[in-house]
Design a protein around this ligand. Structure first.
Ligand SMILES: Nc1ncnc2c1ncn2[C@@H]1O[C@H](COP(=O)(O)OP(=O)(O)OP(=O)(O)O)[C@@H](O)[C@H]1O
Length: 246
């Protein structure tokens, strides 16, 4: 198993049309055996943090600081290629981006099962609540919630030591979302480092799946701790997540 970390990580993006510091000196630790939840307003850099932790930053990004997996700084596409799958897995915010559009989801899942020889398809699809009846469909033929669950199954098949789930339950009904959150909790308890990016604070507070919460704003980490401590903060931005009506 492995811990994933961002150390003093800054990411600057200059597309030519505009330029922005999307992560600014971010320190973030995702420890093994635990669920860490990442919260923050839309556009504050949560998905960029997920991209950094999985070696998926845009090519145009200028990066300083370190990404460490299991204490070792990772740099360069070759190193990331070696880590993806078994060591680091991502459930992307848009599940469809986890798949090749020209291949059915079932074909992709079967290929991952063969390639890694870790979890079985039945186990991964059961844990992700992805029904086998959909195997013959292409990614675009799925609903948002269906392809999100397929993306979770795909990420679980290699049984990664670090699993980053970017709004993995966002398009799901409450019961299915609860089941997916339970899966992520149990997966962490099996020893993995799990980062869960979410806007669903009511589910977070109701389930208590997260051992630790990290709060971002404007590309920086502004606070971190357990739910009870954070919910009692005087800072209106932090407090607002837990008491939306004041
Ligand atoms: N591929 C990209 N290229 C350039 N800039 C990007 C790219 N993806 C995101 N950004 C910019 O990076 C900043 C952070 O975006 P990010 O997707 O990390 O936000 P987020 O906190 O995940 O938001 P949300 O909750 O809405 O998903 C935004 O200002 C966004 O415009």
């Amino acid at each position: 198993m492995a811990t994933a970390e961002l150390r003093d990580l800054s990411v600057h993006i200059d597309t030519g049309r505009w330029s922005e510091t999307v992560l600014d000196a971010v320190d973030l630790v995702v420890p093994e055996g635990k669920v860490t939840a990442l919260l923050g307003e839309s556009g504050c850099g949560k998905s960029m943090a997920a991209a950094a932790l999985t070696g998926n930053l845009p090519d145009v990004a200028r990066v300083s600081g370190q990404v460490r997996i299991d204490g070792v700084a990772v740099d360069g596409p070759r190193e990331w290629r070696a880590l993806r799958g078994r060591t680091v897995g991502l459930v992307p915010q848009e599940g469809v981006t986890a798949f090749d559009p020209s291949e059915t989801v079932g074909a992709r899942l079967r290929a991952l099962e063969r390639r890694y020889g870790r979890w079985s398809i039945d186990r991964a699809c059961g844990a992700a609540r992805y029904p086998a009846e959909l195997f013959d469909l292409y990614p675009k033929e799925h609903s948002g919630g269906q392809i999100q669950r397929a993306a979770l199954a795909a990420a679980l098949l290699p049984a990664p030591a670090v699993l980053i789930a970017d709004e993995a339950a966002a398009s799901l009904d409450a019961d299915t979302a609860y089941a997916v959150w339970t899966t992520l909790y149990e997966y962490a308890r099996g020893g993995a480092a799990v980062l869960l990016i979410t806007h669903d604070v009511p589910m977070l507070t109701a389930t208590r799946v997260a051992d630790h919460l990290v709060i971002m704003r404007g590309g920086t980490v502004v606070d971190a701790g357990a739910i009870t401590g954070l919910a009692a903060r005087p800072d209106p931005y932090v407090r607002g997540f837990f008491h939306p009506n004041g």
